[in-house]
Design a protein around this ligand. Structure first.
Ligand SMILES: Cc1ncc(C[n+]2csc(CCOP(=O)(O)OP(=O)(O)O)c2C)c(N)n1
Ligand SMILES: [Mg+2]
Length: 294
């Protein structure tokens, strides 16, 4: 499948509808993959589904049947444990077959629990050693510019990656080199493996830090599709107008769309009982239909 960009001329309502439907399918994929293992990084994947659906349905230029296409926008998942969410996007994008999602996390699967570029088509880097994605993204954006390639480079970071010094070195380097086609997305779910982000290392005021590094900064509700559409439109416009890299700080809800999981306390790596998966699916469906009625 080839993404049909630019869609910025389509009415926002139509864009929102397409993205919301994709995000809903992706959340179901995540629950199916999680059920196969009985556990996993399900909360993060549900939380970032709207962001990834916006990217793969509306923002990015790619060819599902040719993941190595030279002109493709590059999506770099540096938080490798979010792979379960990213696989749902790759399935939606037509890069991997939906049936293959059933193999998630099993031996010999192309879909390991932590993202690996050598295993999975469409996976640009092996993430998981947190804080390296933005450094690679900067190098990639510089290289593409030297080649005269206008592709965007998009790095998806978790808020835990803001604890890493390498992230801030890369942030300064990106603005120094005026990498306007570089977009960073930070999933601010306020959570890390050791507990709430605010208790691990205080990173706020996050927006001020990126501004000080010379970035075009937006902070939005990352589960609000209209806000995501507007933010990506503005980031794309800024690439031409100010030649500064853009960061979209997305406040998200862990487990978004499934109230049972939104309320979980130990949410970094969720263990979900066998009988709970269907409850999750039902809650997801009810919430989506209610949203359609409004
Ligand atoms: C460099 C590095 N340090 C530590 C870890 C161990 N680790 C894995 S996930 C994680 C939590 C990081 O925060 P975040 O990604 O925001 O967590 P989440 O929102 O997914 O709960 C940590 C510390 C790692 N993968 N890489
Ligand atoms: Mg986090």
């Amino acid at each position: 499948m080839t993404s049909t960009l630019p869609q910025t001329t389509a009415p926002t309502a139509r864009r929102r509808e397409r993205i919301a439907a994709a995000a809903q399918r992706m959340r179901h994929h995540v629950l199916n993959m999680g059920e196969a293992q009985g556990q996993g990084y399900v909360g993060q994947a549900l939380g970032c589904a709207d962001i990834l659906a916006t990217l793969y349905t509306d923002v990015m230029n790619y060819r599902g049947d040719d993941p190595e296409w030279t002109e493709r926008d590059r999506f770099l998942l540096s938080a490798g444990h979010y792979a379960i969410g990213f696989y749902s996007a790759l399935a939606e994008a037509g890069v991997i077959p939906i049936e293959e999602l059933d193999t998630y996390g099993s031996d010999d699967s192309r879909l390991p629990m932590s993202g690996m570029s050598t295993y999975t088509p469409g996976m640009e880097i092996s993430g998981g050693s947190l804080g390296h994605g933005l450094t690679v993204a900067v190098g990639m954006a510089l290289g593409l510019r030297m080649q005269g390639n206008d592709a965007k480079v998009i790095n998806f970071l978790s808020d835990g990656e803001l604890d890493e010094g390498s992230t801030w070195e890369a942030a300064m380097g990106a603005s120094h080199h005026q990498l306007g086609r570089l977009i960073a997305i930070v999933d601010i779910n306020a959570l890390q493996a050791d507990g709430p982000t605010a208790g691990v290392l205080r990173t706020e005021p996050v927006a001020d830090k990126w501004t000080a590094c010379g970035w075009f900064v937006q902070r939005i509700d990352g589960n609000d599709i209209d806000a995501l559409i507007a933010a990506f439109d503005a980031a794309t416009a800024a690439a031409e107008a100010v030649a500064a890299p853009s960061v979209i700080l997305c406040d998200t809800t862990v487990g978004c769309g499934v109230p049972l999981l939104e309320q979980r306390e130990k949410a970094h790596f969720m263990r979900i009982e066998a009988h709970e998966w269907q409850i999750c699916r039902d809650q997801l469906t009810v919430g989506y239909l209610e949203g359609q009625d409004q």
